[in-house]
Design a protein around this ligand. Structure first.
Ligand code: NAD
Length: 388
C-alpha cells in the first residue's frame, strides 16, 4: 500500500512555518509516496496550494479530511487544541505516525495524550548530535535562523548604525555587540553582527567555543574562565552557584560597554542559566538593546518577559520574543523540511513503513509507539513523578 504523508496547516499563533516545502514534497511523490497538504498550509512561508500541486501533492480542504487519510503526519509545532474539533492529536487516526517538535521533556501531559490516542510519535528536537544525523538536526537549523534574526531585531531597534563609517559629515564608530553563549545560535549571531560591521565579543563556558568565536573575527572573553564546562554531546553542564557568580562578575563590565547584548545560553533539560542580572541591566548604556534567545526556558536576563519587548526607564530594550524562526518562515521551513524528510527517510524502505527502532537516531527520537511511551528518559521522568 502507498504510504500517505500529510502536512497540516499549523494552528499555533504566529507559526508561519510549514513542515514540508514543495521541493521535498516532490522528492517524496517521485519516490512513490502520496503527499496530502491542507489548503493554505504553505502560505505563511509563501508556498501556494498550486506549488504543492505542481510537486505532485494533493491539496485537501481541511484538517479533518487530511487526518482522516494520513499514515504519517509531518508538523512543525506540537499538536494543540483546535477551535472547532478538539485537540489535534484526537483528530489523528489510531496507529498514525506523528513527527514534530514535541519538546517531550517539558510536556509530559502531551506525551500521555499521544499515547492515549495510540499514536507513534517522533520528536524532531530529540535528534542526537552525532555526525550521521546532522541533516536531521532541526534544533541546529532553527537556532541558526534565530541567531541571525536576533541581531537584525536588535540592530533595527538600536538608534545607532552597526558599521564604522568615515563620511564628510563625520566618522561613525562601530556598534559593540556582546554574545553570551556561543553554540549554534550564538555563533550565527556573531557571524551576522560581524557582517554588519560591529565589533563583537563572545563568551561561553565551553573552552572549545574560543576557537570558533575567534574564527569569526570576534574576541573571546576568557578572563578567569574556570575549568571547561563541556558535558556529554558537546553541551554545557550546569555551573555551581559560585562559578556562576564569578562569571557574572566577568560579564558585568562587558555588558556595561555594549550597545547590543544577545544571550543564547541553554542547559539541556534545565532552566536557562541567569547571566544578566537586574543590576547589570541598570548599568547598560542608554538606548542599548538586549535580545534573550533563552526567553522560553526562563531567560538568561533577570528582567526578560517571555513573548514581550520591554523598555527600562533608561531606555534599554529587552527583547524576549519567542519562536524567532517563525519570523523567517521561508528559509526556516526549507531547512526544517530538509531535516524532517531526512528523518522520515530513515523509516521508509521501498515506500514501505519499516523503521528500525534499534537505530540510535530512531531510538533517541521515538517518544510513543502505538500507544506505549517508549523513550527511556521520558519513561524515567514518568516513574519519578509517580514516585513523588
Ligand atoms: P545549547 O543551545 O544547548 O546552548 C547554547 C550555548 O550556551 C552552548 O554553547 C553552551 O555551552 C552555552 N552555555 C551554557 N551555559 C552557559 C553559561 N552559564 N554561560 C555562557 N554560556 C553558556 O547549545 P547548542 O547551540 O545546541 O550547541 C551545543 C554544542 O553541540 C556545541 O558544541 C555545538 O557545536 C554542538 N553541536 C554538535 C552537532 C553535531 O555534532 N551534529 C550539532 C549541533 C551542535
Amino acid at each position: 500500500m502507498t504510504l500517505k504523508i500529510a502536512v497540516p496547516k499549523e494552528i499555533t499563533h504566529d507559526e508561519n512555518r510549514v513542515a514540508l516545502v514543495p521541493r521535498d514534497a516532490e522528492r517524496l511523490t517521485r519516490s512513490g509516496m502520496e503527499v496530502f497538504v491542507e489548503s493554505g498550509a504553505g502560505l505563511g512561508a509563501d508556498y501556494t496550494d498550486g506549488d504543492y500541486e505542481k510537486a505532485g501533492a494533493t491539496v485537501v480542504p481541511n484538517a479533518s479530511d487530511l487526518y482522516g487519510v494520513a499514515d504519517v503526519i509531518l508538523k512543525v509545532q506540537k499538536p494543540t487544541e483546535t477551535e472547532a474539533s478538539g485537540h489535534e492529536s484526537e483528530m489523528m487516526r489510531q496507529g498514525a505516525v506523528l513527527i514534530a517538535l514535541l519538546d517531550p521533556l517539558r510536556n509530559p501531559s502531551l506525551v500521555s495524550r499521544l499515547a492515549d490516542c495510540k499514536l507513534t510519535s517522533f520528536s524532531m528536537d530529540m535528534v542526537p548530535r552525532i555526525t550521521r544525523s546532522q541533516e536531521m538536526d532541526a534544533l541546529s537549523s532553527q537556532s541558526t535562523v534565530a541567531g541571525y534574526k536576533a541581531v537584525l531585531m536588535a540592530a533595527n531597534r538600536l538608534g545607532r548604525m552597526m558599521p564604522m563609517m568615515v563620511t564628510a559629515a563625520g566618522s561613525i564608530i562601530p556598534a559593540k555587540v556582546l554574545v553570551l553563549g556561543a553554540g549554534v545560535a550564538g555563533l550565527q549571531a556573531i557571524a551576522t553582527a560581524r557582517r554588519l560591521g560591529a565589533v563583537v565579543k563572545g563568551f561561553d563556558v565551553r573552552a572549545a567555543a574560543k576557537e570558533q568565536v575567534e574564527s569569526l573575527g570576534a574576541e573571546f572573553i576568557d578572563e578567569h574562565l574556570q575549568e571547561d564546562a563541556e558535558a556529554e554531546g558537546g553541551y554545557a553542564r550546569e555551573l555551581s552557584g559560585d562559578q556562576q557568580e564569578r562569571n557574572r562578575q566577568v560579564i558585568h563590565r562587558h555588558v556595561q560597554e555594549s550597545d547590543i547584548v544577545i544571550t543564547t545560553a541553554l542547559i539541556p533539560g534545565r532552566p536557562a542559566p541567569l547571566l544578566v542580572t537586574k543590576e547589570m541591566v541598570g548599568d547598560m548604556k542608554q538606548g542599548a538593546v538586549l535580545v534573550d534567545l533563552a526567553a522560553e526556558t526562563g531567560g538568561n536576563c533577570e528582567l526578560t518577559e517571555p513573548g514581550e519587548i520591554v523598555q527600562t526607564d533608561k531606555g534599554v530594550s529587552l527583547i524576549g520574543l519567542t519562536n524567532l524562526p517563525a519570523t523567517v518562515p521561508v528559509h526556516a521551513s526549507e531547512m526544517y523540511s530538509r531535516n524532517i524528510s531526512k528523518l522520515l527517510g530513515l523509516m521508509v524502505q521501498d515506500n514501505q513503513w519499516s523503521p528500525d527502532y534499534e537505530d540510535e537516531i530512531l531510538d533517541a527520537t521515538c517518544i510513543t509507539r502505538e500507544g506505549e511511551i517508549v523513550h527511556s528518559r521520558i519513561k524515567e521522568q514518568f516513574r519519578d513523578q509517580a514516585a513523588t
